[in-house]
Design a protein around this ligand. Sequence first.
Ligand SMILES: Cc1cc2nc3c(=O)[nH]c(=O)nc-3n(C[C@H](O)[C@H](O)[C@H](O)COP(=O)(O)OP(=O)(O)OC[C@H]3O[C@@H](n4cnc5c(N)ncnc54)[C@H](O)[C@@H]3O)c2cc1C
Length: 440
Amino acid sequence: MTPLLRSIPSDPELPAKADVVVIGAGIIGASAAFSLAERGLSVALLEKGLVGAEQSSRNWGWCRRQNRDERELPLSGVAMDLWDEIAAKIGEDVGFRRCGLFYATDNPQQLAEWEQWQTTARKFDVNTRMLSPKEAHESVPAQGRRWLGGVHSVDDGKGEPAIAAPTIASGARKFGATIHQNCAARGLDVVNGAVAGVITEKGTIRTQAVLNAGGAWASMFSRPYGVIFPQASVRQTAVRTVPTVDVGDALYTPECSLTRRLDGSYTFAVSGRATLDLTPQGMRYARWFMPMFLKRLKAVQVGVSTSMFRGPEALARWTMQETSPFERMRILDPAPSKRTIAAMLKGVHDQFPALAGVTIADSWGSYVDCTPDAVPVISAVDRVRGFYLAAGGSGRGFGIGPGIGRLAADLVANDKPCVDPTPFRLSRFFDGSKVNVGAL
Ligand SMILES: Cc1cc2nc3c(=O)[nH]c(=O)nc-3n(C[C@H](O)[C@H](O)[C@H](O)COP(=O)(O)OP(=O)(O)OC[C@H]3O[C@@H](n4cnc5c(N)ncnc54)[C@H](O)[C@@H]3O)c2cc1C
């Protein structure tokens, strides 16, 4: 569990009706609720556990345009602007800081990929520059390493995962949205092929528009309506230290990444290291995902966890009258990998001796929900009128989350989309388009 998560109250009453019901209050659902409420629509935001308690509070907090896939770059620009603006609109700090991100490597292939990405950066006006070996050493002063070079993504930054989604959800409430925690959506009321309501464990809300922003659970929720959303999750691990000495805001090395939190503690993690748990859903969609996992993950362990039987990728059937899988697991809280923690702490201690004795306050696991091309789905669902999907952050959905929420809100409200939504359509997996695995 990530105990620093900001706790916000729920609204006492479930509304009888709403213009839009948003299912899932991670960074995407909270941002979509904010954007919809801001434009004057009545919104009910449903969360089966606590706002922000799954992926959105468990990540490193990097908000970046650096190294993104071209398809995401216009939307990531929108997201960075929203991060800049949202605190003023809400009247509260969401923890976002444009501190710049520093990457260093001694791997020639990785350096070549970063160099190649500079062409993309120029095309989309991303403020980033390659670092010489000397500059990389000055920016990422790791002991015993001879960096070949690095990258400084100048305008990128970090958010504060423990407060971002709850604070944005609270902001949505200031514009009239209602928030309902410990309130799972069990399913949809569909009449003549169109949404007529959402059935929750606490009653039904009449509505003609539903946004499924259920993170790792989005595919399972959609399946009973004949909606195929190829989604797979990998388990990642991170740790948090107590407040400690400052060695930099956001540093990447091949062995560890370090992100300084607002209270002066660090989040440590290792990029590309994950456990692929065997699950029924994973097996169903395996052929879609192999290219992506092979390209993106440097070190994959194969494992079995409770997700095989109870989590978002388990086999499950439920009726609207009985406890659903979403209620049976209020917060998806997988065990962290001891092996990964040992590797990351070695990476930190070897390279940053100033942090060698730091006390570890906490460690956690989290499932990262991915799409086959590592680009999110932000889309109307053709099979059910009024049903929309916004999920598949693929390990980098926090930084772009406000943008995903904004575009989803544009689609739901039938307003002019802030960017071309075509690359994010669900139908790309079925209309014969080639599935290009996104950039790292
Ligand atoms: C270790 C780690 C590091 C990461 N680092 C970064 C990073 O540095 N930068 C970055 O951009 N991204 C990063 N990510 C990815 C990022 O965290 C996710 O892409 C993003 O948080 C996804 O947001 P979400 O709102 O889609 O999902 P979530 O935050 O998982 O929210 C979905 C919510 O929906 C709720 N829900 C599901 N089903 C129902 C239902 N039926 N009824 C009601 N509620 C429901 C869930 O309880 C959950 O709270 C990282 C992820 C991990 C795990």
